[in-house]
Design a protein around this ligand. Structure first.
Ligand code: ATP
Ligand code: MG
Length: 575
């Protein structure tokens, strides 16, 4: 079921302006402060695993954690949760830093769980000494079998009562690289009958002979997430450790681990959970996004169809639009799906304010203005953006031959067709009123040229009676001799269904084969000066952004989003 967030764009605009009341995480913090927790001790963190690029789901977590930092004027750490060297890479670390920065946030400390490998090891030794951890030499299958079920207690491992000395020796030998992968694990000795399966002697260390992107070959045993995460929070003195709902059952273990090492003089981190954000018609899972990249369904992590921060950036999204999106959906206690049209709404609103209007024609047909002198050109004033407080203008060239969109002309049409038809008039944006007189066709009956006449007194902004004359349609156009030819990449949704990972078949079966259409664009010459990433409104067509694939010879534009607000179709509110 798709839960939409609001009913229409007007409502949304109001909604976006409103000051939000506290969310439930802020309420938790407020309560802690009211109970005497010093605000100077607040500290948060955003803890990505560097095993892929950040996606729009992460943006929610980033905006939440860094948003708390801003609200309480507290530091926020960027912590790389790098405890699984087989999947993690420096490339991902770099991409994550770039994306968080681009979103507009500043972290206090750049931390790595791998910075704490020694402390984590020493604490594990301490657990063994206290009889609270043991080395288990069974296979993972045997260990899994002994776990029991939620309604049936597990069975204790035969290794559970090995002596402390023997455990210390074995753990040391694990660390020294004497055993192959999987031969032994270190387990916390908690409770094999706990109703919480995660408390049934969880694994805290495993052997993995793999080179780590930061510690190289220094270690061949690596801590598990649960063991590393809470202790890293503690070492960094994070006060509120906010994660997604799937970690709710891990909280008991998080607390148990902290109990083992906690010193009362220090801040004791608190894990709290919020719902993962899912976006319709896409996937928010690094593992699956990696699959899309590896299997070449997309051109890379930053393919403009990807829901990654880098893909959205390349598509033409602004940091403000993504922050607005995260802010608008807020945080929730239950998992839900946000319709992608809300994200599109946010970028459309932002670009409406910021993007200059320009003219480009994607599917051209030539118009010859027969009463316009041959060889003449005029540079006409064109408004950049009607939303600007102080209007600015640029010059666009006009000449005897122009392109308009094929679909803007019909030989015959009824009165509801407000574009150009034989015998009818339209205004050319920023220019003159023209009238279609005849067409020239090739042997197959295709229209090669439309012959028009223009009214020389009707130039926009010239103040004449004719310039004020109302005609029903206004078309965008470009002057043929001045045109710059570019490439336009037009995108559709990457998946054909709203929830590709909740279908009967594998999510890859639902990749939209028509998600990318490459076409030529004939653009006005001012676009020669466009900068990579700069957003424009191609009038009547949509918002476009200059792609980094562009060269001086060939500009490439990505369609960011259409002009129409599909949001209006969306019904019902459920934030
Ligand atoms: P993925 O399955 O995509 O790898 P993850 O949760 O394993 O996601 P992490 O790198 O561990 O990715 O995530 C960093 C932080 O971002 C975590 O606190 C995680 O809970 C949060 N996060 C990840 N995905 C989402 C999402 N869809 N919505 C909200 N928060 C998310
Ligand atoms: Mg993960």
């Amino acid at each position: 079921m798709v839960n939409f967030v609001a009913s229409n764009s007007k409502f949304m605009s109001e909604e976006l302006k409103e000051q939000k009341s506290n969310n439930f995480i802020e309420n938790i913090i407020e309560e802690d402060l009211a109970n005497g927790f010093s605000s100077s001790k607040l500290r948060f963190r955003f803890p990505p695993e560097p095993n892929g690029y950040l996606h729009i789901g992460h943006a929610s977590s980033i905006c939440l954690n860094f948003g708390l930092g801003l609200r309480y004027k507290s530091p926020v750490n960027l912590r790389f949760d790098d405890t699984n060297p087989s999947k993690e890479e420096q490339e991902y670390v770099d991409a994550i830093k770039r994306d968080v920065e681009w979103l507009g946030f500043e972290w206090d400390r750049e931390c790595y769980a791998s910075d704490y490998f020694q402390e984590l090891y020493d604490w594990a030794v301490q657990l063994i000494k206290q009889g609270k951890a043991y080395v288990d030499g069974q296979t993972s299958e045997e260990i899994a079998k002994q776990k029991g079920t939620p309604i049936q207690a597990g069975t204790e491992s035969p290794y559970r009562n090995t002596s402390v000395e023997e455990n210390l020796q074995l753990f040391e030998r694990m660390k020294n690289g004497e055993f192959e992968n999987g031969k032994y694990v270190l387990r916390a000795k908690i409770d094999m009958a706990s109703p919480n399966m995660l408390m049934r002697d969880p694994i805290i260390y495993r052997i993995m002979h793999a080179s780590h992107h930061r510690t190289g070959n220094q270690w061949c045993i690596y801590p598990m997430y649960d063991w590393a995460h809470g202790e890293s929070d503690y070492l960094e003195q994070v006060s509120h450790s906010i994660c997604t709902l799937e970690f709710l059952p891990h909280r008991e273990l998080y607390d148990w681990f902290l109990d083992q090492i906690y010193d009362e003089k220090l801040v004791r981190p608190k894990q709290r959970e919020f719902a993962r954000r899912n976006l319709s018609h896409t996937i928010v899972s690094k593992r699956k996004l990696l699959q899309l990249v590896n299997e070449k369904h997309v051109s890379g992590w930053d393919d403009p169809r990807m829901p990654t921060i880098s893909g959205l950036r390349r598509r033409g999204y602004t940091p403000e639009s993504i922050r607005k999106f995260a802010d608008t959906i807020g945080i929730a206690k239950r998992d839900n799906l946000i319709d992608v049209s809300l994200l599109e709404f946010c970028i459309r609103e932002d670009l409406n304010k910021k993007a200059n209007r320009v003219m480009a024609v994607l599917d051209p047909v030539k118009v010859v203005i027969t009463n316009y002198p041959e060889g003449k050109e005029e540079w006409l004033d064109a408004e950049n953006n009607p939303e600007e407080e102080v209007l600015t203008f640029r010059k666009v060239p006009f000449s005897r031959e122009i392109y308009i969109e094929k679909e803007d002309f019909r030989e015959e049409a009824n009165n509801k067709f407000f574009r150009l038809k034989l015998g009818g008039e339209v205004r050319l944006k920023n220019a003159y009123i023209i009238k279609a007189e005849s067409v020239v066709k090739d042997e197959n009956g295709n229209i090669n040229e439309i012959h028009c006449t223009y009214d020389p007194n009707s130039r926009s902004g010239s103040g004449t009676e004719a310039s004020k004359r109302k005609v029903k349609g206004t078309l965008h156009w470009v002057s043929v001799p001045h045109v710059i030819e570019a490439e336009a990449r037009i995108y559709d949704r990457l998946f054909t269904v709203a929830e590709p990972d909740r279908q009967e078949k594998d999510f890859l079966e639902y990749v939209n084969p028509d998600s990318l259409k490459v076409t030529k664009a004939y653009a006005e010459p001012s676009l020669k000066n466009a900068k990579v990433g700069e957003g424009f409104q191609f009038q009547r067509l949509g918002y476009f952004s200059l792609d980094p694939d562009s060269t001086a010879e060939k500009l490439v534009f990505n369609k960011t989003v259409g002009l129409k607000d599909t949001w209006a179709k969306v019904e019902n509110a459920d934030i």
